[in-house]
Design a protein around this ligand. Structure first.
Ligand code: FAD
Length: 456
C-alpha cells in the first residue's frame, strides 16, 4: 500500500505526525509539496518567503534522500495535483497537517471532496503547526479565548505529545513524476540579509540559541540593539521546526529565560485559536470596529514615508529599514511601528499588515493580521486605547541609540541618546545630516486619535 504525505506549513522530518502515521499504515509514501498558483494570485508569494521556501524544499529533499526517498514537487491547483499523484501511485490515503487560515480550510475541504470521489481517505493531523491544537482548550461558554493571559494559564497545563524522532527510512515508490525543485537563486528582489532556510539550518540555529541565548532571553528580549531573540520565526512559519519540540526542549532547560520563551511561543497558538474560531479576523476587525481611518489617498505621502523609513522618527525609520534589509523586524520594533502607523498617523491596520506581508520572511496571515489588530486596538488587546510613544520607546529599548545608528546611517555621527531627537540638534548640524524632519507632531497625532476614538 502507498500513502501520500502532503507537506504544507510543516517542512521537516522531525516531529512530523502525518509522516509517522503514513509510514505506520503504508509500505511506501510519496512526500509531496504542491506549488499552488492560488497563493501567487492572492499576492502571498513574496520574494523573501519564496527564497526561504526554496531552501526549505531543497533541505527536505536532501534529508529524504539520505533516508532512501525524495521529495516530489508539483505545481498547479493543490486538490487537482494531490488527486493526480494519488492516482499515479495508487495511494489509498493522504496525510497532512490541519491548518486554520481560510486558504488552509478551503484546501482541506476541496481535498476531502476530490479524494473522497476516488475512494482515497484524507487524514488531517492536529498539533503539527501549533503546539496545542486550536480549540483544544476553551473557556466556559465560548469556542475560543479572546484574552491571552487566561489562555496561557490553560495552555501551559496542557499535556503535549513527546516529540517524534525523524524516521530512519522513507521508502518512496518509483514512477511519480515531479518538477525540478525551485532554487533560491531563481528568486529576485529578496532582502540582502535573508537567513538560510530549511530544517537543518533551523535545528542548528535552535541548538545554538538554547546554549547561548535562552538563559538571558527574559531580560534581553526587548533590547533592540542587543538582538537577543531567537530569530526562529521564519523556521516556525514554514514548519521547519516543530513548536512541540521547541516547547519541550526549552522547558527541559528551565529557568526564567525558558519560561519567557515558552510564553512567547504560546502567542502563536493563541492567535491560531482566535483565527480558527473567527476566520474573518484576517481581514475584518475582530473585536472593536473602527472604520474611520484616514482615507488612503489623503494619507498616501505619510504611508510612503512610513514604508520607506523616512518619517523623521529615528526609531521608526530604523525598524522599517531593518525590515527591508533583513526581511525581519524585532518584535518590539514591530509593535512601535504598527502603533505609529495606526494610532499616530491613523492609517488602517490592513495597509501596514499588507506591507509587512510583502517583506517579512516569517510573514504569516495568522500572526501578522492578529498582531496588527492587537496593536491597532481592533483585536485582542484588553487596553485598545494605549498608544506607544516612539520617543519613550526609543529611550527605553534603545537606550544608547545603537539600533538607530545601525540602520539609519545618516544619523551615524550623532552620539548617545541625542540620536533619538535629531530635531533638537543645532540647525547647522541637523542640516548636514540630510535626515528628514518629523512627519507629524506626536501631540497632534494623539489628539486626532482621541477625537477619532471618541475619547477626548
Ligand atoms: P522570539 O522572541 O525568539 O519568540 C519565539 C517565537 O515565539 C517566535 O519565533 C514566534 O514564533 C513566537 N512569537 C513571539 N512573539 C509573538 C507574537 N506576538 N505573536 C505570535 N507569535 C509570537 N510573527 C510571525 O511569526 N509572523 C508575522 O507575520 C508576524 N507579524 C507581526 C506583526 C506585528 C505588528 C507584530 C507586533 C508582531 C508580529 N509577529 C509576527 C510576532 C513577533 O513579532 C515575531 O514572531 C517575532 O518578532 C519573531 O522573532 P523571533 O523569532 O526572534 O522571536
Amino acid at each position: 500500500t502507498v500513502a501520500v504525505v502532503l507537506f504544507t506549513s510543516d517542512l521537516r522530518l522531525h516531529d512530523h505526525p502525518p509522516l509517522r502515521a503514513a509510514l505506520r499504515s503504508a509500505d511506501a509514501v510519496v512526500p509531496l509539496f504542491v506549488l499552488d498558483p492560488g497563493i501567487r494570485a492572492a499576492g502571498f508569494d513574496a520574494p523573501n518567503r519564496r527564497a526561504f521556501l526554496a531552501d526549505c524544499l531543497r533541505d527536505l529533499d536532501a534529508s529524504l534522500r539520505r533516508r532512501g526517498g525524495r521529495l516530489v514537487v508539483r505545481s498547479g491547483p493543490v486538490a487537482r495535483e494531490v488527486r493526480a499523484v494519488a492516482a499515479e501511485c495508487g495511494a489509498t490515503e493522504v496525510h497532512m497537517a490541519a491548518g486554520v487560515t481560510a486558504y488552509a480550510r478551503h484546501r482541506e475541504e476541496r481535498l476531502r471532496e476530490r479524494l473522497g470521489d476516488g475512494g482515497v481517505a484524507l487524514h488531517a493531523h492536529e498539533a503539527v503547526i501549533t503546539a496545542v491544537a486550536p480549540g483544544a482548550v476553551t473557556p466556559a461558554g465560548s469556542d475560543h479565548f479572546a484574552v491571552f493571559t487566561p489562555y496561557f494559564r490553560r495552555w501551559d497545563r496542557e499535556p503535549l505529545r513527546s516529540p517524534l524522532p525523524a524516521p530512519r527510512a522513507v521508502p518512496v515508490p518509483e514512477g511519480v513524476r515531479g518538477r525540478p525543485l525551485p532554487g533560491r537563486e531563481d528568486v529576485s528582489g529578496t532582502s540582502r540579509g535573508l537567513p538560510e532556510g530549511g530544517e537543518t539550518a533551523g535545528r542548528e540555529r535552535f541548538s545554538r540559541w538554547l546554549e547561548a541565548g535562552l538563559a538571558s532571553y527574559g531580560d534581553r528580549h526587548d533590547d533592540l540593539a542587543g538582538d537577543g531573540t531567537s530569530r526562529l520565526s521564519p523556521y516556525l512559519h514554514f514548519g521547519a521546526l516543530s513548536p512541540v519540540e521547541l516547547v519541550h526542549r526549552a522547558r527541559r532547560r528551565g529557568g526564567p529565560g525558558a519560561e519567557a520563551f515558552v510564553r512567547q511561543l504560546c502567542w502563536r497558538d493563541f492567535h491560531h485559536q482566535v483565527l480558527a474560531a473567527r476566520p474573518r479576523a484576517s481581514v475584518a476587525d475582530y473585536r472593536t470596529r473602527h472604520d474611520r481611518w484616514r482615507d488612503e489617498e489623503d494619507a498616501a505621502d505619510d504611508i510612503a514615508a512610513w514604508r520607506e523609513g523616512r518619517t523623521g522618527y529615528p526609531i521608526v525609520d530604523a525598524a522599517m529599514r531593518q525590515l527591508r534589509h533583513e526581511g525581519w523586524m524585532h518584535n518590539r520594533a514591530r509593535l512601535l511601528v504598527a502603533s505609529f502607523l495606526t494610532k499616530t498617523l491613523y492609517v488602517d491596520w490592513r495597509i501596514g499588515a499588507r506591507h509587512f506581508l510583502d517583506l517579512l520572511v516569517d510573514g504569516d496571515v495568522v500572526n501578522n493580521q492578529l498582531n496588527w489588530q492587537w496593536v491597532a486596538g481592533t483585536g485582542t488587546d484588553t487596553r485598545p486605547h494605549r498608544v506607544l510613544n516612539p520617543l519613550v520607546q526609543a529611550k527605553r529599548f534603545d537606550p544608547d541609540g545603537a539600533y538607530v545608528r545601525r540602520w539609519v546611517p545618516e544619523l551615524g555621527p550623532v552620539e548617545g541618546t541625542a540620536v533619538h531627537e535629531p530635531w533638537r540638534l543645532p540647525a547647522e548640524q541637523r542640516d548636514a545630516l540630510g535626515y528628514p524632519d518629523p512627519l507629524i507632531d506626536l501631540a497632534d497625532g494623539l489628539a486626532r486619535f482621541k477625537r477619532a476614538r471618541g475619547r477626548d
